[in-house]
Write a protein that binds this ligand. Sequence first.
Ligand SMILES: [Zn+2]
Length: 103
Amino acid sequence: MADQYCDRCGKYLPEGSIKYSVHIQILSDFDGIILYEGENSREDTQKIFSEAESMDENELEEELFQELTFTLCENCKTKFARDPFDRGTGFLKTGKSIERLFH
Ligand SMILES: [Zn+2]
């Protein structure tokens, strides 16, 4: 297997070095509800469907499902597991934390 580099910090990872693979699946979390702005809900619906129809099949698939794989060195794996979005706060623990973040 060829030598690799850490996808986060760029560290060279020769064969035999400790490295980790992070596999991420991003799935659409559509709840079946389409919100409308204004009163032209029928036009809005047609617009949404025509936009979806005009999208390339690959683009549409990416909107619904994506898989990403990264290689990380040991140090970056530890940091990623502790704070995957690199916000310096770790995981959000409660709804109140989310409110504080966005208000
Ligand atoms: Zn790294």
